[in-house]
Design a protein. Structure first.
Length: 219
């Protein structure tokens, strides 16, 4: 049995499935959501496609990886689930950068704005998790800009094939390409906020305050 958790196109996944079948190997596509810190906090999630019977045999093992394993169907649609997830990741992060810079330029500190946002109904595990990077400008990579561009390209390619307009994703892809052109290739993709600030005529500085990311154990 082969369980593949990479983020690849549905076409590549179908090729791997065919080659596995030719060798008598059962195949599950099981892409995951979560970087090492998310995994350490027990919040990894998995989307799985393939034969239902095969999934049933390994579901207890996959469940050990985190807090959620979702069977989403036959074939390769788990790849589309993960790609759609990562497209949303890019769009949400760009939007978060925009509103945070708007607040900053209007005289509100980033830490105060994000504290308010995270405690509101619009706050989420994700906005809280990214807040330390946006406040303190620590861009130790969890997911780089080139990786985000790859997933946006995969998402837009799927959208063209399925004839689904995605104007927000397309705009985000252009902004990510611009950030890569500006040299943001090794850092975390949260550096989108630096490009947003530059385009807004301001320069951000680290605020150097402790910010709860919602994942780290609290003293």
């Amino acid at each position: 049995m082969l369980i593949d958790s990479s983020t690849v196109s549905t076409r590549m996944s179908a090729l791997i499935r065919r080659e596995s079948a030719a060798r008598g190997t059962d195949f599950l596509a099981a892409p995951v959501s979560g970087n090492p810190k998310v995994i350490a906090a027990g919040k990894l999630t998995v989307a799985v496609t393939g034969p239902r019977e095969v999934f049933g045999r390994v579901e207890p093992l996959l469940a050990l990886l985190g807090r959620g394993v979702t069977y989403v169907g036959e074939g390769e649609v788990a790849r589309l689930v993960k790609i759609a997830h990562n497209v949303f990741l890019g769009v949400v992060t760009q939007s978060l950068a925009e509103i945070t810079v708007l607040a900053e330029k209007g005289g509100v500190s980033r830490v105060a704005f994000l504290e308010f946002l995270n405690d509101s109904v619009l706050g989420s595990d994700y906005t809280r998790y990214k807040s330390p990077a946006l406040v303190n400008l620590d861009f130790t990579p969890t997911f780089t800009m080139p990786l985000l561009r790859k997933d946006l390209d995969l998402g837009l390619s799927a959208a063209r094939e399925l004839e689904v307009p995605m104007p927000l994703a397309a705009a985000t892809a252009q902004l990510v390409a611009g950030a890569i052109g500006a040299g943001h290739v090794e850092e975390d993709f949260a550096t989108l906020i630096l490009e947003q600030a530059r385009n807004s005529g301001i320069t951000l500085t680290p605020q150097n305050v402790p910010v709860d990311d919602g994942l780290s154990p609290q003293a």
